[in-house]
Design a protein around this ligand. Structure first.
Ligand SMILES: [Zn+2]
Length: 343
């Protein structure tokens, strides 16, 4: 477990933010179970109120079979709880939920369509406090409570994985919106009439700022020759550009791979400038696989933010940092959402 308690106030924290870091609501609720249902695996953990993982378990996701997913989720919960009473359970999914957090409208990777997930779980786990939420919300919440966003009352998390996920914390609360689907940063329109997106629209941030976009841009640079020569050679040798060979070229500081990452960062910085105009966060946190690039990604993001922010040159600059909890953010956040009901 990588949870780190920061002893000194982070630079972006306001003093009143620090005063508002909440203790657990009820000292009897010190443990909770977090379940993160992903496209390939269901991860579960028993988590204490310091964000530490006490026990964990995972199974492959029976994607496409909602009943089997619920069965496996219940089995993991029972296994993690052991012989004792089952503590509060938070279950998160990669999809859109309704405002009451009862139903999953749409989760493309696990084939959930209008699944009344909370009711299905309550039926199988009677008497247990169950909360469901979006996986990016849980990751953002985990960073806010236990990770790099601890002490930042206003922060935005962008997860740069295959797609782009988002979570928004305003005044120490997750922003859910009027219909429950706020924070879908990946589907903000960045390019009018741009590339088609899985959501049915065009020009979404996800098409320009995701891991998939990085590979597409790397392919374009390979096609153009010049600095793309090593990318072209890797594509030739491996049959395709993927996270592994592009990642290796980034580590080797190949100019073509660096240029592709820079292009991604520029688009993300532009996105953050727009987000800043509405939400004015003090902190932007980047998670997901591509965030492993660290400063190589953050540097173009900062430059592009400066170039695109309204009142350029006269706007205080937020911090741009890499997420801290990475692999555990989903389960840790899910557990804490169950414990605090996502206040
Ligand atoms: Zn979209």
């Amino acid at each position: 477990m990588t949870s780190v308690v920061q002893l000194n106030p982070p630079s972006w924290a306001r003093t009143d933010d620090l005063d508002r870091i909440r203790p657990p609501l009820d000292s009897s609720l010190v443990q909770a179970i977090g379940i993160d249902i992903g496209g390939t695996k269901i991860a579960g953990a028993l988590v204490d109120d310091d964000g530490r993982i006490l026990r964990s378990e995972r199974r492959p996701t029976p994607a496409g079979d909602a009943t089997a997913i619920v069965d496996d989720t219940v089995a993991i919960v029972r296994s993690l709880a052991g012989e004792g009473a089952i503590p509060p359970v938070g279950v998160v999914v990669p999809g859109f939920l309704d405002a009451d957090r009862e139903q999953v409208y749409y989760a493309p990777n696990i084939s959930f369509r209008e699944v009344p997930l909370r009711a299905l779980l309550v039926e199988r786990l009677p008497g247990v406090a169950i909360t469901i939420d979006n996986d990016a919300n849980a990751a953002g919440w985990a960073e806010h409570r236990y990770g790099v966003g601890r002490g930042a009352g206003d922060m935005v998390l962008l997860t740069i994985g295959t797609g782009v996920g988002g979570a928004v914390v305003v005044d120490d609360r997750l922003l859910r919106g009027g219909f429950g689907v706020a924070g879908e940063i990946g589907h903000m329109r960045l390019v009018p009439d741009g590339l088609p997106c899985g959501c049915g629209q065009r020009g979404c941030v996800e098409q320009y700022g995701s891991g998939r976009a990085l590979l597409r841009v790397a392919g374009e640079i390979a096609d153009a020759g010049g600095i793309g020569v090593a990318l072209a050679a890797a594509r030739q040798a491996d049959g395709a550009l993927d996270a592994t060979n592009v990642g290796r070229l980034l580590v080797e500081q190949d100019p073509g791979a660096l240029a592709a990452l820079r292009r991604l960062g520029e688009r993300l910085g532009e996105t953050c400038a727009s987000i800043g105009a509405v939400l004015d966060p003090r902190l932007f946190v980047f998670g997901g696989g591509v965030a492993a690039a660290g400063e190589l990604l953050l540097e173009p993001i900062r430059e592009s933010f400066r170039a695109h922010v309204p009142a350029r040159g006269f706007h205080p600059e937020p911090e741009f940092v890499i997420a801290e909890l990475v692999n555990d953010a989903g389960v840790v956040g899910a557990a804490d959402l169950a414990r605090t009901l996502g206040l």
